[in-house]
Design a protein around this ligand. Structure first.
Ligand code: NAD
Ligand code: UDP
Ligand code: UDP
Length: 312
């Protein structure tokens, strides 16, 4: 049994990670300030003697004794991370400093949930880990993109300077049950709109692309990366290479949900990346990992979740 800290553990990805860790008999400390996460996501774990839930903001120091840390705390959807952009940068940067300080003191292995956003609006396609990215430092996405880039810098400097055992994953768009219904991300928006018979809101002309990974596949990648030996630090891309335009996604969601929603077109947000697709060669060769769940199957599970949630 390992003592494992999960920051952002009451969020979408964090709660699925807590589930998997608890299932493998680990002792989990879930830390969250409930900005975008919710107690409902982990309510089924409360009462389990291996699970502890703590309200805490990672921008403040945290003194606990653990053997491993998964650092997921940070709002992930543009709507939420742009709500209080200064807090978003603080969460990534001060949060990383505090958790790296904690890892240094306790000699814990530490995982960072980084993002494909470090590549910005990329000039190379698909994105490989050695690509440095094209990020606007002063735009409305910068609090998230640059915050996550600086967090990566801190992870690699703590590794070089203090020999910390780090694991950095660059996560590409991931979806599934427990996504926040109002977080503005495309998959949850389209599903909720289709279920409610509202217009499907396409930003721009819908020709921009994303690659969507189902949550169970992603969490498997987290666990495999965390089990690698000391020499593996990442960054490692984790995502599903299947690439779809937003128009294709809208059509698929409409076909799966049925109903009478129409498609409506809206302005494209500033700095919205044109295309995004992970090159997962490193994850395949180092972790023996690749996604297994098709977009159709994953959307089916997600639609069932939202159908149930909206009926409450
Ligand atoms: P989420 O918003 O559901 O989860 C983030 C969690 O962090 C929430 O529970 C929130 O309350 C918590 N949090 C935010 N600020 C905090 C703070 N200062 N202190 C403590 N807790 C705080 O988002 P998610 O999709 O589960 O994302 C989890 C992590 O994965 C994030 O770091 C995100 O950047 C990264 N990521 C996610 C995706 C994706 O597609 N879901 C893609 C790339 C990276
Ligand atoms: N820190 C923490 N928990 C710990 C150890 C450190 O939150 O168990 C925080 C503390 O705020 C500190 C930061 O992590 O400022 C960085 O720690 P480090 O040891 O790298 O630097 P220093 O203590 O010299 O600032
Ligand atoms: N998008 C859209 N309609 C929506 C929400 C998002 O067309 O209702 C687009 C958005 O402009 C972007 C893509 O879908 O091009 C993915 O957006 P999301 O916020 O899910 O993720 P990110 O841009 O961070 O990859």
């Amino acid at each position: 049994m390992k003592k494992i800290l999960v920051t952002g553990g009451a969020g979408f990805l964090g709660s699925h990670l807590c589930d998997r860790l608890i299932a493998s008999q680990d002792d989990v400390l879930c830390v969250d300030n409930f900005f975008t996460g919710s107690k409902r996501n982990v309510a089924h774990l409360v009462g389990n003697s291996n699970f502890e839930l703590m309200r805490h903001d990672v921008t403040f120091p945290l003194y606990v004794e653990v053997e491993q840390i998964f650092n997921l705390a940070c709002p992930a959807s543009p709507v939420h991370y742009q709500f209080d952009p200064v807090q978003t940068t603080k969460t990534s940067v001060h949060g990383a400093i505090n958790l790296l300080g904690l890892a240094k003191r306790t000699n814990a292995r530490i995982f960072q949930a980084s993002t494909s956003e470090v590549y910005g609006d990329p000039e190379i396609h698909p994105q490989t880990e050695d690509y440095w990215g094209r990020v606007n430092p002063i735009g409305i996405r910068s609090c998230y993109d640059e915050g996550k880039r600086c967090a990566e810098t801190l992870f690699f400097d703590y590794h070089r300077q203090h020999q910390l055992d780090i694991k950095v994953a660059r996560i590409f768009n991931t979806y599934g049950p427990r996504m926040h219904p109002n977080d503005g991300r495309v998959v949850s928006n389209f599903i909720v709109q289709a279920l409610q018979g509202k217009d499907i809101t396409i930003f721009g002309d819908g020709s921009q692309s994303r690659s969507f990974c189902y949550v169970d596949d992603l969490i498997e990648g987290f666990l495999l990366l965390m089990k690698t030996d000391l020499s593996v630090t990442g960054p490692v891309n984790l995502g599903n290479p299947g690439e779809f335009t937003m128009l294709q996604l809208a059509e698929l969601v409409l076909a799966l949900v049925g109903g009478r929603s129409k498609v409506s077109f809206h302005a494209l947000p500033m700095d919205d990346p044109r295309q995004r697709q992970p090159d997962i060669s490193i994850a395949k060769s180092t972790l023996g990992w690749e996604p297994k769940v098709s977009l159709e199957d994953g959307l089916g599970e997600t639609i069932a979740y939202f159908r149930n949630l909206l009926a409450l």
